[in-house]
Design a protein. Structure first.
Lengths: 266, 266, 266, 266
């Protein structure tokens, strides 16, 4: 049992035609920030846990002194409309460590979602342009196909403007969804290569997601992180102010570069 | 046979309701120091050996010119009380090198312990706070649950004060024990990131363990290493005196290190 | 399905006694440049796709906003002569990441080619001599045997002059072809260790291949990249002028790089 | 076939009660030098080839322009005495790249040797003491047991004086031989950490081996390499002469260190 990828599900919980938002650790932790924020703000209830020997062999130390295997978790938010689509949030502590593990874990996730008659998947990640910090991060999108892209007509989501590859769950889940004939889109917040936690990029994605899912989301939590980050940046800039350009703070991106530069996105 | 994880057990040895202490190579080698010390001081007898192709592909050169595959070993100390719980010490030369190997080896260890009607597991590790050396290392604990924590009421073990993840056997064994409904606790001695062998952290854990297991343990061996380390530190500080405390100045490991200095340290 | 190496083939497409040219990401991207150039210039049609969990766990972001699993692709060019050998081009985004994955993917490629009654395989790679840039890159060859080498009598291909090992598909496919009694040759363009994309080496190989396959190939595309690279080199040399030739001065890749700059280069 | 570890054997070749010498790439290439030297000097004939997907995914470029998968090879030298033990030399291009691959390949080697009614195995490696170069390299030994050690009474082979672990085939083959009740010994030539090819250490081992196997071995080839290395060293010392002690040339080993310092040996 402990040597296989398993999904353990709370008996009796049956999401209705669910829509899933996936946010796992990755570049700028944009995905994880988005998923954890939604989970908290919408008071989502955990209903399934995915364990895998392909995750890092670690346990998380819990606040009350317990332990928990590194895992991926499914949370449920019931729709307020009768027969409306429920919302499923997938987040977790880690991604699989090997190529083969990535294929196994992410194909299991898509099959599990299909077994629930899932209707649409949003994966969330960061798209790193380089060192520069954007004042107003853009949101890039890549989708299973035209039908999925059409959902974002009139939204501030840029399709066909990102280049390179998407690494890990954010990309594989969309590719596997396409094979299973489930529509989906990967939303990526524009981020920089030197922020471990980019709440600003996360907020940019949440704004589009909330509009698309017709949800009212309080972003006060994220705003606090954004303010603290901005303050830390200003202090750093003061200290290294005399060093001139080329520093990884506020540098402008090389002209004509963004579109062609490959970026590793989780 | 050589391509699988196997536990080979001396026939006829049947531990009674055993309690197990696990100490393997890791941060500061705290776990290994504790387990090897208990093994020597309590004159424990080897009764089972775990081999695995997931261990580093190495043999240990023995004192008399022989060789031995890198392995994990189970030692037994019979209780002095009639029908009392026997003590099992698990130590070894290495941990599995891949995530999948870690899951396999540690789940095998827990299943083997369960097959002996094992009652409680203590895993031992190091908890690295950073570069600073503590004069009086604290002991942190993470447990399978409240029942296991209760065993340490009135002890100098801090539950719920450590954060982050526990890597390898010290964590996975506790998580797997929980799944198998065996109680257990991971005890971590506070250590620094620049000591390869931290006898001071090991002693701090042994004091709590000895009290809990009602054992009289002579720590003269550890005291000798602690003194040598302190001396080496003082000399290093003289040489680099201007750099102040807490500097990661690349101290070399103390001279009187344990028999086989483990070559694979986590 | 997603956890295994699979080749999915368009139904009804039957290449006649095909000859295959294999060019995948690798040293100087010589192989990929050659294969992609032939594919475009000869208007080749995709007829089969190889997916594998041994590839990097990534999806490629497509121009129109879609996604595609990192894969290897087979393209077909029908012979203009009646009953003439068709040409198959194999190219892709990546190679397998592990030794075992390399063995699996490349043996599958050779078996698939054999199942089509394939007659001859050309793999293309780069042969890196060191830091120096050659004005007129040589082409080195290694073959399944004397019969395959004989095909290049009177050509500017040097057999028996290269030393060391060939890494990945370019080498394994020739070795596996030999085991399956299919003739083949690995053609390597002389390149330097500091060019990510070496169109000059690619052109040198294409000249020999075009002659051998009796194809008229326009190399204007490659010439443009060669010119841009040369220009970038001259500018770099001006800036670091005092360092002399042959310095590994960390040149950035040329601007006009191929569509998807491969992110995993060998 | 290509995805499994296989040993392909020339039909009809039946070594008589063979003794095997194993020398593969490793520290200072001592093992490989010894095995290749014996193979050449004794005019050994290849009779079996081991292929494995756990080897590096490479082909070797052959002198005449051919290719060959990286492999391990068995060579045979028939005994000159009637019913005398034949000599088998095992050498090759590489060792397995993963722990699991090492276990698989080396257990296959031992089982193959056992199936030939093999009597004794010598593995050869380098034992690195540190930076210092010894004028007269010692030979260290580790054996399956006392019976094997007894073979070297009166020889210049030091048992029980080496410490730490032996990495890869040189160690695992001895450990697996022990499990299969075949006697064997690992002979290690004293070498330094900064010589890629140490012919001096190789010669030291060959002298003991030749005596033990009652073979006359011409070492003129090795002497030539030794002379060239010594000359290169002298020139290096001239250039860095003013830098004093602590340089990796001719430094004396730290007192009392050799025995306790772990050394990675292949």
């Amino acid at each position: 049992m402990m040597n296989k990828t398993t999904i353990k599900r709370k008996p009796g919980v049956k999401p209705n035609k669910p829509i899933m938002v996936v946010g796992l650790p990755g570049i700028g932790n944009v995905g994880k920030l988005v998923a954890e924020h939604l989970r908290r703000e919408l008071n989502a209830q955990k209903f399934a846990v995915l364990n895998s020997p392909h995750f890092p062999p670690q346990v998380v130390m819990m606040k009350k002194g317990g332990v928990k295997l590194v895992d991926n978790r499914f949370y449920l938010i019931k729709s307020k409309k009768p027969k409306g689509s429920d919302l499923v949030i997938l987040t977790g502590d880690a991604q699989a460590m090997t190529p083969e593990g990535q294929y196994e874990v992410n194909s299991r996730i898509v099959k599990f979602f299909k077994s629930m008659n899932g209707e649409f998947i949003y994966t969330v990640g960061g798209y790193s342009i380089g060192d520069a910090m954007s004042q107003k991060p853009r949101v890039f999108g890549n989708a299973t196909g035209a039908e999925a892209m059409d959902r974002f007509k009139g939204y501030d989501v840029l399709f066909g403007k990102s280049r390179g590859v998407i690494w890990g769950s954010a990309g594989l889940i969309i590719a596997f969804a396409k094979k299973e004939k489930i529509n989906g889109v990967c939303l990526m917040g524009e981020t920089t290569s030197f922020l471990d936690v980019d709440a600003s990029a996360a907020k940019a994605v949440i704004i589009q997601l909330a509009k698309r899912l017709d949800l009212a989301i309080n972003t006060a939590d994220l705003d606090r992180i954004i303010d603290k980050t901005a303050q830390a940046m200003r202090e750093l800039e003061k200290q290294v102010g005399g060093l001139g350009q080329g520093q990884p703070f506020g540098a402008s991106p090389p002209a004509g570069e963004p579109e062609h530069r490959p970026s590793y996105i989780r």
